[in-house]
Design a protein around this ligand. Structure first.
Ligand code: NAD
Length: 455
């Protein structure tokens, strides 16, 4: 029988496995299998040609035991309620695994933003915000960007919400532009957090990672404890102060070249890694010598795709990059990309899940058997929500931090979470995903139990 790939069923299966291991109370197990609150809305939007189209959108809040709900909003033709439920559930575990005081939520609108004008997207966003404004708010549920939504979308949401309450409320969304309450470092945070977890994995495996003392001979540490010297580039501002590890000689393949994927490519290559394969929704490209990622990002910005990039030696399908032999694979597109159909062809040392839910449970088992080190999504891509948390804190206090402070605090949180998950996995001899879930689910269950069941 083919594997079930309904993401919400997968999210529930993951909870079931962990609930058994943690010996969770039956009632708590049943409660966390389902989102606490779901809102489905059907709303009209006027197109530029005067036509009126009814769109469907969702906001799902999975759990708020540890704090306000938090999670992105996705615009995509294949959004479904079950997908949003799964993503909301994963947000609960993600915020718990990095131990920031949030619960989990997610939103989505079924639409094709590529076929809509900017003004149509603005009207869709403003109307959707109004529709869900009864359940969002800085103390209740704080949206952020996800697939095909960005800082501009967040600015429209903040403005719409603020207009309705009569004053500016920067804390209602994160991932905003810098000019209206965004945080330095937020744009790069998902990829940077992912890079930190890859660095920790390479260190743990003692694989192709170059510790600072091996390459710092010709570099100096300046008065701010930052490394300076020729070719240091990214290390100066990446929160690696005084401890820059390099990844020279590692090779990387990345599926998805948007916010998470393209910035991960750039950060990893500035650390010395060779990015040898990338893809987006239109196709993939390969060059075994590695791409100049600055030029590749420029090409993607100009043409809307990685295809046609001058350094490509081969053009392939979107999913073929998953099967390229290399050290590190970063799925950074959508769910269910590594399945039982293609997992046998994956030939890497590390899979770092920048995307949410890219691996199905059947494929997960096989990755573990193949001794591929998996950095699970709720850990690998938690940098985004972590800096969203910093943005929310800064907005509530109206006190803004330097990029260096943001990156250092991000590094501290990511490294601590990585260490805790690794320790759990070693202690119980389990894979990293199950370990991350055990840590997260236990934290949420503890919060539910200690708060007690109302009334
Ligand atoms: P994005 O819209 O910026 O980019 C998505 C990219 O994926 C685009 O390049 C698109 O062309 C590509 N893509 C779509 N379908 C593809 C396919 N079948 N094969 C190859 N590429 C494909 O989105 P994003 O924000 O980078 O999000 C990507 C993933 O990372 C999602 O799973 C998202 O939930 C997750 N994520 C993002 C953030 C964040 O802060 N942006 C945080 C946590 C998790």
């Amino acid at each position: 029988m083919p594997e079930e790939i309904n993401p919400f069923k997968i999210a529930q299966q993951q909870i079931d496995i962990v609930a058994e291991k943690l010996e969770l109370k039956k009632g708590i197990h049943e409660f966390i299998r389902w989102p606490h609150r779901e809102l489905e809305v059907h709303f009209p939007v006027k197109l530029d040609n005067g036509d009126i189209i009814t769109f469907t959108g969702f906001r799902v809040q999975h759990n708020n035991a540890r704090g306000p709900c938090k999670g992105g909003i996705r615009y995509h033709p294949s959004v479904t309620l079950d997908e949003v439920r799964a993503l909301a559930t994963w947000m609960t575990w993600k915020t718990a695994v990095v131990n920031i005081p949030y619960g989990g939520a997610k939103g989505g609108v079924i639409c094709n933003p590529k076929e809509m004008s900017v003004s149509e997207l603005e009207r869709l966003t403003r109307r959707f915000t109004s529709e869900i404004s009864i359940i969002i708010g800085p103390e209740k549920d704080i949206p952020a960007p996800d697939v095909y939504t960005d800082a501009q979308t967040m600015a429209w949401i903040m403005d719409t919400y603020s207009m309705n309450v009569g004053y500016s409320v920067p804390g209602v969304v994160t991932g905003k532009p810098l000019c209206c309450g965004g945080s330095l470092g937020r744009h790069e945070a998902t990829a940077r957090g992912c890079m930190f977890t890859i660095r920790e994995a390479l260190k743990h495996m003692d694989y192709k990672v170059i510790p600072p003392e091996k390459w710092q001979a010709e570099c100096k540490i300046d008065e701010n404890d930052e490394i300076i010297g020729e070719g240091i580039g990214e290390n100066v501002c990446d929160g690696d102060m005084g401890s820059g590890y390099r990844f020279d000689n590692t090779t990387v393949a990345i599926q998805g070249f948007g916010n998470a994927g393209s910035i991960a490519a750039d950060l990893l290559s500035h650390k010395g890694a060779k990015v040898i394969a990338v893809s987006d929704s239109k196709g993939g490209i390969i060059n075994k010598e590695g791409f100049d990622t600055d030029k590749l990002i420029d090409h993607k910005l100009k043409t809307g795709t990685v295809l046609g990039f001058i350094e490509a030696t081969e053009e392939v399908g979107t999913n073929d990059v998953l099967e390229v032999e290399c050290d590190i694979l970063v799925p950074a597109a959508l769910e269910n990309q590594i399945t039982e159909t293609n997992v046998e062809n994956i030939k890497v040392k590390i899979v770092a899940e920048a995307a949410n839910g890219p691996t199905t449970p059947a494929a997960d088992k096989i990755l573990f058997e193949k001794k591929i080190f998996l950095i699970p999504d709720i850990l690998a891509n938690a940098g985004g929500v972590t800096v969203s948390y910093f943005e929310w804190v800064q907005g509530l206090q109206q006190f803004f931090w330097s990029e260096r402070d943001v990156n250092i605090k991000l590094r501290e949180i990511m490294v601590k979470a990585f260490d805790e998950v690794l320790e759990m996995s070693e202690k119980h001899q389990i894979d990293m995903r199950t370990a991350a879930y055990m840590l997260a689910v236990q934290r949420v269950a503890d919060a539910i139990m200690i708060r007690g069941i109302f009334p």
